[in-house]
Ligand binder design. Structure first.
Ligand SMILES: C[S@@+](CC[C@H](N)C(=O)[O-])C[C@H]1O[C@@H](n2cnc3c(N)ncnc32)[C@H](O)[C@@H]1O
Length: 251
């Protein structure tokens, strides 16, 4: 039986601290209400919430049982199944749209795209979504940044960068995608997130380099972050980058 990939607190921090997505992400796919949508790497369901509120039939695929538990708890009734992007447990031409939020960088790009092309019906839509930082936290959190600086990866912009280098929007735009899909379109949507101090600490706790610290180092860091966050609310200025395309498969 598959086991959780991360310590238990990480799943709670992820759900509490990470940003969701604007509802326009779903509208861009231009789906009929009766459509069937597949979400790959659904995680705790941050995009799934938007999908189930607007699309008749949504199936969420997520390989990590800890993520799936949170997903089912927060999105009751959603069909959540075990699986990966490289081996999607679906028949050919089975879905009208595939959504991937903040996860394409985890996939073997080429195999995942081939699987996505296989399960999409001709003309079906692929939507790939990323939240990227677009400014600094307000009010500023200099004291917390100082605490985190020693463990923050050197090639990640500080303090809201969740991905850099190859882990960037567009990393999936490979030759296969250019052949199999229509020209990729892109838009950027403002997606400000307001969190209380616990939410901001959870956001930082959801970073692997914090979550995987031994408890005797992580807990004092969490307590120190919390003690420096004296405002009632913090604004995290995310921008959601949405890229979408349609499958060119012959009808
Ligand atoms: C950063 S989380 C994103 C979760 C969610 N989509 C969101 O926007 O919050 C990345 C997710 O990708 C999943 N994942 C990693 N490798 C995968 C793969 N090869 N196929 C499908 N999902 C994968 C992880 O289990 C994790 O839930």
């Amino acid at each position: 039986m598959a086991t959780d990939k991360m310590p238990r607190h990480w799943y709670e921090d992820y759900e509490r601290g990470r940003p969701g997505y604007p509802e326009q992400v779903v509208d861009l796919a231009d789906l009929a209400p009766s459509a069937t949508a597949l979400e790959l790497a659904a995680g705790t369901g941050k995009l799934t919430h938007q999908l189930v509120s607007r699309i008749a039939h949504v199936v969420a695929v997520e390989p990590d049982p800890g993520m799936r538990r949170m997903l089912v708890a927060g999105c009751p009734g959603v069909e959540a199944i075990d699986g990966t992007a490289e081996q999607i447990p679906f028949a050919d031409d089975a879905v009208d749209a595939v959504f991937v939020a903040q996860a394409f960088h985890w996939f073997d790009h080429e195999s995942a795209l081939m699987e996505i092309a296989r399960v999409l019906r001709p003309g079906g839509t692929l939507v790939v979504v990323w939240n990227v930082a677009n400014g600094s936290v307000v009010p500023s959190i200099t004291a917390v940044e100082k605490l985190l600086a020693p463990i923050w990866p050197r090639d990640y912009d500080f303090p809201l960068d969740m991905m850099s280098g190859d882990w960037t929007p567009g990393a999936w735009n490979l030759p296969f995608a250019q052949e199999a899909f229509s020209q990729i379109r892109e838009t950027r949507l403002a997606n400000p997130q307001t969190v209380d101090p616990h939410g901001l600490v959870a956001f930082f706790g959801s970073m692997g380099w914090v979550a995987n610290l031994p408890d005797e180092e992580r807990q004092p860091l969490v307590d120190a972050m919390r003690s420096h966050l004296t405002a009632t609310e913090y604004l995290l200025p995310w921008q959601t980058r949405v890229q979408w395309t349609r499958l060119n498969k012959p009808q």
